[in-house]
Ligand binder design. Structure first.
Ligand SMILES: [Zn+2]
Ligand SMILES: [Zn+2]
Length: 427
């Protein structure tokens, strides 16, 4: 494999507290080092002057839909979208058909990802068999097959007793349980956040407490068991506060924010456009502000997309019939630059930590840093380029984004996976 020189970029590696203009060298699929490498000659050089050189971005919350819903996305198209967006590793959610609840299923995902050859895919297994919430899945077998964490995402783990046992079991091999927090009796029939806007529109709402109650439960179960919980897609001010207090008590809880929950609010539903329909729903400005505060003070240590492709014929139904969720992989970086870096909420090292080393730590994977000897996954970022998001240019099979036509700043300029340049917009 050739030696690659990324010349003269601003190399930021939060894991090493590194932020300086330097050369980065990659050799034989691993990181050789930062700075001069005497006696080494590059086979290929990318001029990164004026650009940021980051560890490859990790999106730990992605729905790839294969097997079972290939009309929405496949492992090949989803990972192509990842690479186009500067993402070098994705963790994929197990709510496929059938769900990823066995060793064979986890191995299938890894094999398909290898065949596609775009980016790294780390499967996440279900907590319960068939995602039915009735009995624990074969967590040990799933882990042997390559599953890096466990969740019934799309649905909560309804039984507190099963959640407790999952945390106890996962603690033995130091894996996290990822929480989709939702009390279903409180959200039934809901299409948006419950509040002033839902009342005005006459639409059935989902109250914030439906999320908060389960976040509280699972933080308490993490305290009881000593297990590791990660709260997916936190959308409420109450949820941020619960996680903040859990961390302060020394409980093993981490929290994740998705761009739509701090950029958009339930006011968007006035359009009745199903591209604003997701679970958990878009909340109020006060909730969005609380998520920003949680990102700033470190309570929310992970940024992820909840990339949820749906074929147009499904998403174009009436609001109450349309499925939840939006695309994320190709809009992830520009939305975060535009709404976190540009207004000064986060510095580049702070933001990149939430997209590299922090998700790697939650999943326990050997990625997210440019330390010598580690896999050569690198994202080169143009921090200043201004462009307009166009869903028709997406590599995904689906088109469901509310950000079509949005003016943004920042974009991946090159995506390098295992030392191979998988995407480049450099000349
Ligand atoms: Zn979810
Ligand atoms: Zn999800």
């Amino acid at each position: 494999m050739p030696t690659l020189l990324l010349r003269n970029g601003r190399v930021i590696d939060p894991a090493q507290d590194l932020d300086r203009v330097a050369d980065l060298w990659l050799k034989d699929g691993t990181v050789l080092g930062v700075g001069p490498q005497p006696g080494v000659t590059p086979d290929r050089t990318l001029d990164c002057t004026g650009l940021i050189v980051s560890p490859g971005l990790i999106d730990m919350h992605v729905h790839l839909r294969e097997p079972g819903r290939e009309e929405d996305e496949t492992i090949a198209t989803g990972t192509a979208a990842a690479v186009a967006g500067g993402v070098t590793s994705v963790a994929c959610m197990p709510n496929t058909e059938p769900p990823l609840d066995s060793r064979d299923a986890a191995e299938f995902v890894i094999q398909q990802a290898r065949r596609a050859g775009h980016c790294n895919v780390f499967p996440i297994g279900t907590v319960t068999k068939d995602r039915e919430g009735k009995e624990l899945a074969e967590l040990g077998g799933l882990a042997e097959g390559g599953a890096v964490a466990f969740t019934d995402d799309g649905s909560p783990v309804y039984s507190a007793e099963i959640m407790r046992r999952a945390l106890e079991y996962c603690k033995m091999f130091d894996r996290a349980v990822l929480v989709h927090a939702e009390i279903l009796e409180l959200t039934q029939g809901g299409v948006m956040n419950e509040g002033f806007v839902s009342m005005q529109l006459g639409l059935r709402g989902m109250p914030a407490v439906a999320e908060d109650i389960m976040i509280a439960r699972d933080i308490m179960l993490a305290e009881l068991t000593g297990g590791k919980v990660h709260i997916l897609h936190v959308s409420t001010a109450g949820g941020v506060d619960l996680i903040r207090r859990g961390i302060a008590k020394g409980i093993r809880v981490t929290g994740e924010a998705c761009p739509h929950h701090f950029i958009l609010t339930d006011e968007s539903l006035r359009t009745f456009d199903s591209n604003y329909k997701m679970s958990p729903p878009l909340r109020t400005q006060a909730d969005a502000d609380a998520i920003l505060a949680g990102l700033k003070d470190g309570t929310l240590s992970v940024l992820a997309t909840d990339h949820a492709p749906h074929a147009p014929e499904k998403k174009e139904r009436e609001l109450d019939q349309a499925p939840n969720g939006i695309l994320g992989l190709e809009t992830f970086l520009p939305l975060c630059v535009t709404h976190l870096i540009e207004p000064g909420h986060l510095t580049w090292p702070q933001m990149l930590a939430k997209m590299t080393v922090n998700p790697a730590a939650v999943l326990g994977i050997d990625r997210g840093t440019l330390k010598p000897g580690r896999p050569a996954d690198v994202t080169v970022i143009d921090p200043k380029v201004r462009w307009t998001i166009d869903r028709n240019e997406s590599k995904s099979k689906s088109r469901n984004t509310p950000f079509h036509g949005a003016a943004v700043v920042g974009r991946a300029a090159a995506t390098i996976v295992g030392g191979e340049v998988k995407m480049t917009r450099l000349g």
